[in-house]
Design a protein around this ligand. Structure first.
Ligand code: CAA
Length: 289
């Protein structure tokens, strides 16, 4: 495949750029400014350094991967990319504006993919230059560690698009699951009600943050408790996904927990704001309730 364009150099976009470069793809990485794209690459350099220190990759492999990543200004340079992956903020109007921009340069065979975790692919495809060449490609956080990519087919997505992107996903060493374009796809449809329920349980005084997390972590053999995971994903993102599930299905089982809403209103988004169900200002996270 020719180059891969990645739009959004935050946690997800940087992770996608990193694993793509490690698989040998040339990557053009953009964000709202060139500085943000450069900062994304600097974060990738640190992540690769850690892998060298742990002897997971060689110094040469790190240098080769880094050399393949080019931070760019805007999307104008992405005209020769075979695949452009949008991993921007989870807001539909922002994604639509990006697709309009990309539409001006996207090659006639090139595929446009969105890493959205919950916005319907069929609807997003309407803002893309060609819905047949539009697909959902949902990575999981932390991208270099998580072994899964969910592939979501919109109503108009062509077989060729699905097959090409599936081959790309597999070439990154990930397993692929295919989902139809239903709210939350597979993983968030199942995960978010669990995280939301943990917020209800906390809000109703069933148990403390520590006990809810430890109970689920050890009792279910999950790597993280649900409140730790919600903080890790971002409480704003969790709330947004719950709202999409709730409004698009009309099913009250998806209504967001009042405590989750309150935390987001307080600006307590989890790890990224150093405050969520835990306080992250010290050396170790401290439960807040
Ligand atoms: N980036 C890269 N590597 C990371 C990392 C990161 N942010 N965080 C941890 N790692 C690596 C560590 O370096 C370590 O690697 P080695 O085993 O090779 O040394 C490995 O992951 C394990 O890390 P730790 O020992 O530090 O800690 P841990 O065992 O607690 O694992 C974790 C950390 C991998 C994050 C683990 O807790 C986990 O899997 N948690 C669940 C994550 C999860 O569910 N993610 C999905 C979220 S949902 C989503 O993303 C979709 C959505 O739409 C919301």
């Amino acid at each position: 495949m020719q180059a891969v364009g990645v739009i959004g150099a935050g946690q997800m976009g940087a992770g996608i750029a990193q694993v793509s470069a490690q698989a040998g793809y040339r990557v053009l990485l953009s964000d709202v400014s060139r500085e943000r794209a450069e900062a994304g690459k600097a974060g990738i350099a640190k992540a690769l350094d850690r892998l060298v220190t742990k002897e997971k990759i060689t110094g040469d492999a790190r240098d080769a991967a880094l050399a393949l990543i080019e931070p760019v200004e805007g999307v104008a340079a992405m005209g020769d990319c075979a695949l452009v992956i949008e991993a921007a903020t989870e807001r539909e109007e922002i994604k639509r504006a990006i697709f309009a921009d990309v539409g001006k340069v996207l090659g006639p065979q090139a595929i446009l993919a969105s890493n959205t975790s919950s916005i319907p692919i069929t609807r997003l495809a309407q803002a893309s230059p060609d819905p047949a060449r539009f697909v959902g490609v949902h990575f999981f956080n932390p991208v270099p560690v998580m072994g899964l990519i969910e592939l979501i087919r919109g109503l108009a997505t062509s077989d060729a698009t699905v097959e090409t992107v599936e081959a790309y996903a597999q070439s990154l060493g990930k397993q692929v699951v295919r989902a139809n374009d239903a709210p939350g796809f597979i993983v968030n449809r199942v995960l978010m009600p669990m995280l939301n329920e943990a917020c209800f349980a906390l809000g109703e005084g069933v148990a403390t943050v520590r006990d809810i997390d430890l109970g689920c972590q050890l009792g279910l053999n999950h790597p993280m408790g649900p409140l730790t995971l919600a903080d890790f994903i971002g409480l704003d993102t969790c709330l947004e996904i719950c709202r999409v599930l709730h409004t698009s299905t009309g099913d009250p089982k998806f209504r967001p927990a009042p405590l989750l809403v309150k935390y987001v209103e307080a600006g307590w988004f989890g790890r990224k704001t150093k405050r969520g169900f835990y306080d992250y200002t010290g050396p170790e996270p401290v439960p807040t309730r």
